[in-house]
Structure formats: C-alpha cells, structure tokens
Design a protein around this ligand. Sequence first.
Ligand code: FPP
Length: 266
Amino acid sequence: MSPFFAPSRPILEKPATHTDALKARIDPARVPQHVAIIMDGNGRWAEQHGEERIVGHMNGVRGVREALTGASEIGVKHLTLYAFSTENWHRPPAEVDALMDLLVRTVVNEIDELHQNSVRLHAIGDIASLPGACRDTLQQAIERTAANTRIALTLALSYSARWELVRMAKAIAEEAKSGALDPAAIDERTVADHLTTRGMPDPELLIRTSGEQRISNFLLWQIAYAELWFTPVLWPDFRKEHLFQAVLDYQGRERRFGMTSQQVSA
Ligand code: FPP
C-alpha cells in the first residue's frame, strides 16, 4: 500500500486530547501524595456570566469533580479543598445558607459515585459550628466511605489555620497541665499530631485559582514546604488539565528543603 494511504495510527483510536497529552507527561513515580486547593473565583465567574453569586458556587461543583477525578487518575492519595473558611461566616446570610444547602445536596447527590470509586470523604474544621443537616450528611458520608482507600477527599469547612493552631495549643497545654505530657518533650511531631490533619502527609502542592496569590489562613503549618501554583482560571472553569499542568510544573521544580542544589542532586 502506498504510504500516502497508511494511517499514522489506527483509525479507531481516540485522538489524544490536550488533557490526555498533559497526563501522559506526568511521571507516576513523582506524583504529589497530597494536593491542597484554595478554590477561588466563584463570585467573579457568576458576575462575568451575569448571574447571582450562588450560581458561581453551583458551577464550582464541576471544578470539584474535575479536581477529584484528575487527582484520582494520576494517583494522588489526598486531595484537600478549602470549601468554607471561618471568615466566610461573615458573608451575607443568604449566601452562607445557600452554600450550606449546596454542600448537603452535593454530598447527597455524589455519595454513591464517590463510594463506588473508593473515595474516602473526610472533613476538617469547626464541624460543630455547621448547621445540623450539614453535620449529619457529612457524618453519614464519612462513616460510609471510611474503609475506602483510593483517595481521601478532605473538605475544609468552617476551617482556618489560626483557629486550628489555637485549638492545638490549648490541647497541648491541657495535656501538659494534667501531667500527661512533658513540656520538654514537645516537638514538631507533637504539634502535627494535635492538628486536624493528624495522620495525613503534608501537602506537597498547593493550588489557588482566580489569580489571587495569597494563602488566606489555609493549612499554615502543613504547607511549610509545599510548592505553590497559582492560576488565573476561575474555580468553576477548573478542569483536569489545570491540575495536570500544576503537577507537571511541580515535577519540574527542585525541592531543596533548605539544602543546596548539589546536596539534592547527590
Ligand atoms: C470561593 O469563591 C469559593 C467558596 C467560598 C466556596 C467554595 C464552594 C464550592 C466550590 C461549591 C461546592 C463545594 C463543595 C465541596 C460541594 P468566592 O466566592 O470567594 O469567589 P470571588 O472571590 O470571585 O467572590
């Protein structure tokens, strides 16, 4: 057959998309175990589309799905999403109510699929401050998925790092006061074990969408050595391809942990 007619690849093979091409470039041996995301830009997305802010949050659920499936596909073991900060309680009550309602509806709608895909749901933050329906829905979903092992999806709800650090300091002080803990023995492990993320590896990669470049009181202790990746993409437009870009960028960086470049390469 003339080479002119020879197809360069089998006709039935699906053409590789940009997303597939990015995914194929990821080194599976160096995927971050823990990715944390500050989901930002729902309000601006809504404004750009001439909609109410809550419509931005509703469309943000697609971003959550994309981030979770993308992370799961490449072997990330922990995905932590900043879904509601302690400061977010100061938003207009109608927006807060709508966000809580959206959280309940999303967990109810997605729980079967999460479970089928071996996703373990977890929540960190001042969970007691959430409305009863939220707490109950979360509790049921957390218990149902407790034995799942593919990926842990942690929702930070009514969370802030300063709230968490104060809580940690109080707990350690109480243990020292009761005699259960020797103050001289307090070390980094003691602190980590009294945080809401106890037992989880620290995030190696922190992503923030919407073009803002700040941490906003998120996981301050845990991100000490995280690589930061910022994108102008608004959260409702976040897709797997953006996660893969972030991971590729992370894999291209030299993580020195205070050492010299020569020491790291040795
Ligand atoms: C920040 O955007 C986003 C939030 C405060 C809420 C995040 C919630 C979701 C993505 C909805 C679904 C989530 C789950 C876990 C079911 P912003 O409102 O601050 O945006 P802006 O800065 O443009 O105003």
